[in-house]
Design a protein around this ligand. Structure first.
Ligand code: OXD
Length: 309
């Protein structure tokens, strides 16, 4: 099987070395190699430009190098080639660590002290909430959301989830669905959004959503930037100084220098690093998947192409 590998990341050489080492017997190409585009059957990619993608006329399967697949679905030349995405527990462990750090930062009021330091203020001590006094709502309880929720639950936080549709997968906490969003918002002190980028999630977190959240709450977004109406969020943050957000993803990345988010004291910004893809375990995962796919006649997409995740 001839495979094209592409990502624009600074560590791409590490990826290529790891793939070539694991995929013995396969022909692996990068854009630097000589090959015929029409011979490629499998593409392992992140943000492949459409002018390249459209030349892969005999592609049978695509692997996304991350949890999200929006970078593939939005390609103008993409039709319906089956897509697989990385479902890796190392990735969910990293995401869990990131979320826990933001939960504790808020819970222990560290942002307030950090802002106090800038003004050289010695702030009064205050009692902080214990884990069991906090309810964390996981918005988008899919693979990553379940793993994160499960691990937060082990630390005694109360965990609830929200999912567009309830399916049969076992989720180890209470899950609310469509017409129950208000209950979900009312119960949650902290909301962690892991929503994928789809038409249905566009600006899902808007003025109405924010108004229903707790006034002194925390919103963490590690899903996709499309789900937040940024103008509405900025207004909300200016009006409610004790409402905090921790944003890892944005409508446009990198965030431009003149974006209002940088100036607001109740915003924490990280540059899309909540769940960096783990090279070794992801390469092993893709290798296993490709070996099992090779045996089937018709490859069934793991990603629901209609729903977009
Ligand atoms: C993503 C990822 O999909 O980092 O954003 O994996």
């Amino acid at each position: 099987m001839k495979i094209l590998f592409y990502n624009p990341w600074p560590n791409q050489n590490k990826w290529i070395l790891s793939i070539k080492k694991k995929f013995v017997g396969y022909q692996i190409y990068t854009l630097k190699d000589k090959f015929k585009f029409e011979d490629i059957e499998c593409a392992i990619i992140w943000n492949l430009p459409d002018n390249i993608f459209k030349k892969l006329s005999r592609l049978k399967v695509i692997f996304s190098l991350g949890a999200g697949v929006d970078h593939i679905l939005k390609l103008p030349s993409y039709k319906d080639t089956p897509i697989f995405r990385i479902k890796d527990t190392n990735m969910s462990k990293r995401m869990f660590n990131h979320i826990l750090s933001q939960v504790l930062y808020y819970q222990l009021k560290l942002k307030k002290f950090e802002n106090g330091k800038i003004k050289k203020q010695w702030l009064e001590e205050e009692e902080t909430l214990l884990n069991q006094q906090i309810t964390i709502g996981i918005l988008g309880a899919g693979f990553l959301g379940n793993e994160v929720g499960k691990n937060l639950k082990k630390l005694n936080y109360n965990i609830i989830g929200y999912k567009n549709s309830k399916n049969n997968t076992k989720i180890p906490f209470e899950v609310f669905t469509k017409n129950q969003i208000d209950i979900f918002l009312k119960k949650s002190d902290i909301i962690v959004s892991i929503l994928p980028a789809t038409l249905a999630t566009n600006n899902f977190i808007d003025k109405t959503f924010l108004q229903k959240m707790k006034r002194q709450g925390l919103l963490i977004n590690v899903g996709r930037g499309n789900s937040i109406n940024e103008k509405h969020l900025i207004k909300h943050l200016i009006k409610h100084k004790d409402f905090y957000v921790s944003l890892d993803v944005f409508k446009n990345e990198p965030l431009t220098k003149n974006h209002k988010f940088w100036d607001l004291p109740n915003v924490t910004i990280t540059p899309h690093i909540a769940a960096v893809t783990d090279i070794e375990s992801s390469v092993n995962y893709i290798f296993k998947r490709i070996n099992s796919i090779k045996k089937v006649k018709k490859i069934k997409s793991e990603v629901n192409l209609k729903k977009g995740y």
